[in-house]
Design a protein around this ligand. Structure first.
Ligand code: PGA
Length: 241
């Protein structure tokens, strides 16, 4: 059985002060969340140590949003596996569509990063998904299968989470229909050797739609952007019915 994992992706939001304020509201509201649900906060690098200090002994896992594949070196602006594991990071988002679109991430660099995250002892959350133009052209499946084929070369499928994030649904309020998300995630699963992989849906997940999304048989969790920034909203998502 695939494990359920709900992850917040804060993107480039929140200072350390705002992070502490979030935790004050959030931690209490997830104290009764069923124990079999993994809870992850993927925050900007500057907030990782704040989570590390304040979530010590808590069930909320710490996540980063990117990581370089080399152990160290002259890579201005990048961060290494040791730097993340030292402060207790357990998950790293890799290949988010915003990194692919704005920062030149390719399936080849995604592949290098995935293997490095695993080698460092953490779990990558690999993002895949089609653009609106690809969907309209009937290329959704082919595009995602290519992302998986090139991205997963040599990657350990036993230590991986995949997030299906249709680009047109990210930050737009335009959620993918739950049944359609379930169908595409079924296609993703058909490409994998590990049938028990946790596959999340991401793209405008909110308190008002999470119950229907999580009721789908193929969907094992959510990757949540905007709605993970407000403690009450993200707690409601984690506590989906
Ligand atoms: P959103 O972002 O929930 O704001 O649509 C999701 C994501 O980019 O991971």
């Amino acid at each position: 059985m695939a494990k359920t994992v709900i992850a917040g992706n804060w993107k480039m939001f929140k200072t350390q002060r705002e992070t502490l304020e979030f935790l004050q509201g959030f931690v209490e509201q997830v104290s009764d969340t069923p124990g079999d649900r993994g809870i992850v906060l993927c925050v900007p690098f500057t907030n990782l140590s704040i989570l590390s200090k304040n979530l010590h002994g808590s069930r909320i896992h710490i996540g980063a949003q990117n990581m370089h594949w080399e152990a160290n070196g002259a890579y201005t602006g990048e961060i290494s596996g040791d730097m993340l594991t030292e402060i207790g990071v357990r998950y790293v988002i890799i290949g988010h569509s915003e990194r692919r679109e704005y920062f030149g991430e390719t399936n080849a660099t995604v592949n290098l990063r995935l293997k490095a995250v695993q080698a460092a002892g953490m779990t990558p959350i690999l993002c895949v998904g089609e653009s609106k133009a690809q969907r309209d052209a009937g290329e959704t499946e082919a595009h995602i299968i290519q992302q998986l084929k090139e991205g997963l070369e040599g990657v350990d499928q036993k230590n991986l989470v995949i997030a299906y994030e249709p680009i047109w649904a990210i930050g737009t309020g335009d959620t993918c229909d739950a049944k359609e998300a379930n169908r595409v995630i079924g296609v993703i699963r058909s490409q994998l050797s590990n049938q028990d992989m946790t596959i999340q849906y991401g793209g405008s997940v909110k308190p008002g739609n999470v119950d229907e999304i999580m009721a789908q048989p193929e969907i094992n969790g959510a990757l949540v952007g905007g709605a993970s920034l407000a403690p009450a909203d993200f707690a409601r998502i984690v506590n989906y019915q």
